[in-house]
Design a protein around this ligand. Structure first.
Ligand code: OGA
Ligand code: MN
Length: 306
């Protein structure tokens, strides 16, 4: 017998996204609740837990149920004493930014640049920008299972069994060069901490068994072992295909939302449509894929090729 409250999972009207109610995330999950959340994440790719009131430690502890938490190589804007919790914000207090102001503002997959890839990202909204009563700063998601399924057979044949090289510096430098980002150039130590890595371009999702396209415009540099012009042309085609409107789900934030997404299933992008005087404040934990992998293997182990 258990008296645990089981979450109510309500899918939205898109293939991605569901709302999960009946859980207070400031309390530890029991086994049945943990399994229910993981299953819902596998099924829906993006989960919203509305109406939460969490400390940074609560956010950390909830996220840590699902795998090891990453300490971001950027090394900035971490919760004091809790470096696994990072602060995303455009708020400036006493002349100092309280968080990273431009995190994720173009299509990417979290940590595809890492040898062990990311599983889930967990964000908690403390302030949501509004204008004329409407929320701004949405997060958009594109479904890489649907995008893979929709590829022509000849394109699938060209990427099945292939790997691509991913590089942390690609997104970082793009933000500095094209978006006027105040982020400083990466130091040699940061570059050495995250050297380019290769991952299969097609993976079989460990929960659903569905194939997903694992290549994203933020970090994927080139297809390994393919002539550069052919790789550039094929990646450009995939990057355009994967963000077609039919694959996209736009999440509009409400204060108190916790949002959790599956980086093996989606790519995502933060919408930069709000001004400096429209405050956004989010705390975040990045969950690595170590727990959902066979023990002792690196990230690539779950990215099954061919
Ligand atoms: C991230 C990210 C999206 C957002 O934290 O990795 O992409 O909407 N954030 O803040
Ligand atoms: Mn991100």
């Amino acid at each position: 017998m258990t008296d645990a409250v089981m979450p109510r999972v309500t899918p939205g009207d898109k293939p991605l996204g569901a709302s999960v109610e009946g859980l207070d995330l400031s309390r530890p999950l029991d086994d049945a609740q943990f399994r229910a959340v993981r299953e819902a994440l596998g099924r829906h790719g993006v989960l919203r837990f509305p109406g939460q009131t969490l400390s940074a430690a609560n956010l950390h502890d909830f996220s840590a149920h699902f795998g090891t938490l990453e300490i971001n190589v950027g090394g900035m804007f971490q919760e004091p004493g809790l470096p696994q919790v990072m602060i995303l914000s455009n708020i400036v207090r006493d002349g100092k930014p309280v968080g990273i102001g431009d995190a994720g503002q173009d299509w990417h997959t979290d940590m595809s640049y890492s040898a062990t890839v990311a599983f889930a990202n967990v964000l908690y909204a403390l302030e949501v920008p509004h204008r004329d009563g409407r929320p701004l700063g949405a997060t958009r998601f594109a479904d890489m299972a649907a995008a893979y399924d929709a590829l022509p057979a000849d394109v699938r044949a060209r990427i099945d069994g292939r790997t691509a090289t991913h590089d942390f510096e690609k997104f970082w430098e793009m933000m500095r060069r094209e978006r006027n980002s105040p982020r400083p150039p990466l130091s040699d130590a940061q570059r050495q901490a995250k050297p380019p890595v290769s991952h299969p371009m097609v993976m079989v999702h460990p929960f659903s068994g569905r194939r997903t396209l694992y290549a994203n415009p933020g970090y994927a540099m080139h297809i390994d072992g393919m002539p550069r012009d052919e790789s550039d042309e094929l990646l450009a085609m995939l990057f355009a295909h994967q963000v077609e409107e039919r694959f996209i789900y736009t999440f509009e934030w409400t204060k108190g939302d916790v949002l959790m997404w599956d980086n093996l299933r989606v790519i995502h992008k933060a919408m930069a449509d709000y001004r400096p005087d429209e405050p956004r404040l989010i705390k975040r934990c990045q969950v690595m894929a170590d727990q959902i992998l066979p023990r002792g293997t690196a990230g690539a182990a779950l990215l099954v090729d061919a």
